[in-house]
Design a protein around this ligand. Structure first.
Ligand SMILES: NC(=O)c1ccc[n+]([C@@H]2O[C@H](COP(=O)([O-])OP(=O)(O)OC[C@H]3O[C@@H](n4cnc5c(N)ncnc54)[C@H](OP(=O)(O)O)[C@@H]3O)[C@@H](O)[C@H]2O)c1
Length: 258
């Protein structure tokens, strides 16, 4: 049994959470060009309104919210349902990264990261699941990261949050495939965005947010569960994680300045 893709986005109702910048903004703009109806969510309302201003009035909905706030997410979903009557694709892109290592490990920063990157998507999925299960249709796409494949330096909270997303998507897949609901686990490598602008090292195989959005949208179109890119980097990391630990740690130390 293979999960369904989306042949045409025209008229499809998509909720992009994390639409104000980077990969989420690029996805929202590309989906709007393809004729989808896009609900735009994140905290910065001004940025969401600016994206909506370039689309047809009935094509967008601006729903400002913080993914760490359960009530705001619930109200946002209610607004979406009231306006459009349903949702075809939840595209959860929102995320945060604080470089954390043993000598600056702060539990506050770790809690915020888990709240935003792992519990945020879980909250959104919990909201949309009942209607999708009832209708036996729908798509849930969540942006994780190749940093979730296995431990990498400077990611003491980000890494576990993204590893959690991988496990969450894998586990959802068992339950949702027989129900006719597709799960898309998205694992980007390095993408040039506000988030990575803070990196003080050369990022291998760096791609643009527009390239990332194109990979995501074509992966969803094809019904892929495991959407990872750019392949020259993500395949290398997939290979690393099957190596014995001594070899894995040795290679990562050679490639990353620690
Ligand atoms: N860039 C990369 O190299 C890379 C690699 C792998 C994975 N990723 C993942 O890709 C996703 C997008 O990252 P990006 O690089 O495009 O970063 P970005 O440009 O910083 O965008 C992050 C988005 O998340 C939103 N966001 C953050 N915290 C939020 C919160 N509490 N509530 C609501 N929205 C929130 C931001 O909007 P507001 O500030 O307006 O709320 C923004 O729209 C993240 O999940 C990230 O972990 C990125």
């Amino acid at each position: 049994m293979k999960q369904k893709g989306i042949n045409r986005f025209t008229g499809k109702r998509v909720w992009v959470i994390g639409a104000s910048s980077g990969i989420g903004e690029a996805c929202a703009k590309a989906l709007l060009l393809e004729g989808a109806k896009v609900a735009l969510s994140s905290r910065r309302a001004d940025r969401l309104n600016a994206i909506a201003a370039h689309a047809k009035a009935d094509q967008t909905l601006v729903i400002p919210l913080d993914v760490t706030n359960h009530d705001q997410l619930t109200q946002g979903y209610e607004t979406l349902l009231k306006t459009w009557g349903g949702l075809d694709l939840l595209l959860f892109v929102s995320g945060m990264y604080v470089p954390l290592r043993a000598d600056n490990f702060e539990i506050d920063a770790a809690e915020q990261t888990i709240e935003a990157n792992l519990l945020g998507p879980m909250r959104a999925v919990a909201l949309v699941l009942p209607a999708m299960l009832k209708a036996h249709t729908g798509h849930i796409a969540i942006v994780g990261s190749v940093a979730g494949y296995s431990g990498l330096p400077k990611a003491l909270a980000y890494g576990p949050s993204k590893a959690g997303i991988i496990n969450f998507c894998e586990t959802l897949y068992y339950d949702l495939l027989p129900q006719g609901i597709s799960v898309h686990m998205i694992s980007p490598g390095f993408v040039a965005t506000e988030a990575t602008a803070q990196n003080d090292f050369e990022m291998p195989a760096l791609i643009s947010a527009e390239e990332a959005a194109a990979e995501i949208i074509s992966g969803i179109e094809r019904g892929e569960f495991d959407i990872h890119f750019p392949k020259r980097f993500s395949r290398f990391l997939k290979f690393l994680r099957i190596l014995p630990y001594p070899l894995y740690f040795w290679i990562v130390r050679r490639f990353v300045k620690i």
